[in-house]
Design a protein around this ligand. Structure first.
Ligand code: TYM
Length: 353
C-alpha cells in the first residue's frame, strides 16, 4: 500500500513557494488518493530548533502552520496531520540511523555547505573565527545532523512517496541511503521512498529572482504569504524586481524576474496555459499592466484560502485545532510504532522484549 509522507517547518504563515512547491500538491494527492493510501503530513518543530527560536514565537508559528494546512484543503479525517515532537519515535529512529550515517555524506549537503559559505543559521558568536577553523570549536550539531532526522521522519512511517520542492531532493536521496544502509546491515525493513517533485519545484524570490523564495530572507516583500490581503499582494507584485526590456517574454535565464512572475501565474491558473502561452497573451502589455494581472490571478486563487485561514485562527477555533493535533498525534504514533517494533527486533533493542 502507498504511504505518502511530507513535512514542513513551522515558519508561521506559509509563503507561495511553500504553497505551490508543497502544500497545493499535498492537497491534490490527498484528494486523488485511493482509499487504501495512507497520508501523513507533519509540522516538523524539532527541525525548527536547529536555529535559535523564541519559544513563544515558535509555539505561535506552529499554531499558524496548522491553521494554514487546514486552510489549503488538508482534511484531518483523511490525512494524518501532526506535530513531529508529539511522536517520540522520530527521534529514536534518528539515533539509530545516526549510528550508521556517514559524516562525509552530511558534509556534502548543499544546504549545510550554503550555511557554512554564508555563515548563516550557524549561531556564531561575534568574534568567531573563519569557518575552516570552526570545525573543532563552536559549530552546533543539530544543523549538521538534521538530514538524519529528516530521513527518520520518512522512514519511521515507511513512506513510499514523498512530495517536496526541489530544495529537498538531496535530503531525500540521503534518506534512501540511510534506508539502504540499514536494510543491508539488519535486514530489509524499509522501502526506499520515492521523491515526488511538485510541478512548481522552485518559486523564486520577488526581490532577488536568482534566489528561491524563502522565509529566512530579510525583506518581507520578497515573498507573498497565503494570508496576504489583496492590497499586500498587489503591492508586493508591483515592487517585484523585473528588468527594463519592453513587453513580456518568457526567458528564465535572461529575464529571471519576469519569468518568475509568469511561472507563478502559470501555477496559480492551472488552466493548462503554459508559460509560453501566458507570455504570448501578455506580450504587448506594459510591465505595470502585466503585474496587475499577475496580482489579480494570485489574489483570486488565495481568496478562499485566506478566508478559511482567518476563520481557523479565530479564538473560538482553538479547541478544534487542538483536537486535530491530538488525533493526528495518536494516529501518527500508531503508524510509527509498527515500524519501531520491527526496528527494535532487527537491531536487538528493548531488553527482554
Ligand atoms: P521547508 O519547511 O523549508 O519547506 C516545506 C516545503 O516547501 C518547499 N519549498 C519550496 N518549493 C518551491 N519553491 C520554493 N521557493 C520553496 N520553498 C520551500 C520545500 O521543498 C518543502 O517541500 N527539511 C524540510 C522539512 C522536512 C521534510 C521531512 C520534508 C522535514 N522532514 C521529511 C519531507 C520529508 C524543510 O525544511 O522544508
Amino acid at each position: 500500500p502507498q504511504v505518502i509522507f511530507s513535512g514542513i517547518q513551522p515558519t508561521g504563515v506559509p509563503h507561495i513557494g511553500n504553497y505551490l512547491g508543497a502544500l497545493q500538491q499535498w492537497a491534490k494527492l490527498q484528494n486523488e488518493a485511493s482509499p487504501k493510501t495512507t497520508l501523513l503530513f507533519s509540522i516538523v518543530d524539532l527541525h525548527a530548533i536547529t536555529v535559535n527560536q523564541n519559544p513563544r514565537q515558535l509555539r505561535n508559528a506552529c499554531h499558524q502552520m496548522l491553521a494554514a494546512l487546514l486552510a489549503v484543503g488538508l482534511d484531518s479525517k483523511r490525512s494524518i496531520i501532526f506535530f513531529q515532537s508529539d511522536v517520540d519515535a522520530h527521534e529514536k529512529l534518528m539515533w539509530i540511523l545516526s549510528c550508521r550515517a556517514q559524516m562525509g555524506n552530511l558534509s556534502r549537503m548543499t544546504q549545510w555547505k550554503a550555511c557554512l559559505a554564508h555563515r548563516s543559521k550557524l549561531n556564531l558568536s561575534d568574534n568567531a573565527p573563519p569557518v575552516e577553523a570552526l570545525l573543532n570549536t563552536e559549530l552546533e550539531l543539530g544543523l549538521y545532523s538534521y538530514p538524519v532526522l529528516q530521513a527518520a521522519d520518512v522512514l519511521v512511517h515507511r513512506a513510499t512517496h514523498v512530495p517536496v520542492g526541489h530544495d529537498q531532493a538531496q535530503h531525500l536521496e540521503f534518506a534512501r541511503k540511510c534506508a539502504r544502509t540499514f536494510n543491508h546491515r539488519y535486514g530489509t525493513i524499509f522501502q526506499l521512498p520515492e521523491t515526488i517533485l511538485s510541478p512548481a519545484k522552485r518559486v523564486m524570490s520577488l526581490t532577488q529572482p536568482h534566489l528561491k523564495m524563502s522565509k529566512s530572507h530579510q525583506d518581507p516583500r520578497s515573498r507573498i504569504l497565503i494570508s496576504d490581503s489583496t492590497e499586500e499582494i498587489a503591492q508586493k507584485v508591483k515592487t517585484a524586481l523585473t528588468d527594463s526590456v519592453s513587453g513580456v517574454s518568457y526567458d528564465p535565464v535572461k529575464r529571471p524576474g519576469v519569468s518568475n512572475l509568469i511561472e507563478i501565474m502559470h501555477h496559480f491558473r492551472a488552466d493548462g496555459a503554459s508559460c509560453k502561452d501566458i507570455a504570448r497573451d501578455c506580450e504587448n502589455l506594459t510591465m505595470r499592466a502585466f503585474k496587475e494581472q499577475v496580482a489579480k490571478c494570485i489574489d483570486e486563487h488565495l481568496f478562499e484560502i485566506r478566508q478559511r485561514y482567518e476563520e481557523l485562527m479565530g479564538k473560538e477555533k482553538e479547541g478544534y485545532l487542538r483536537e486535530v493535533a491530538e488525533s493526528g498525534a495518536v494516529r501518527a504514533r500508531e503508524s510509527a510504532a509498527e515500524t519501531m517494533h520491527l526496528v527494535w527486533d532487527a537491531v536487538g533493542l528493548g531488553g527482554f522484549q
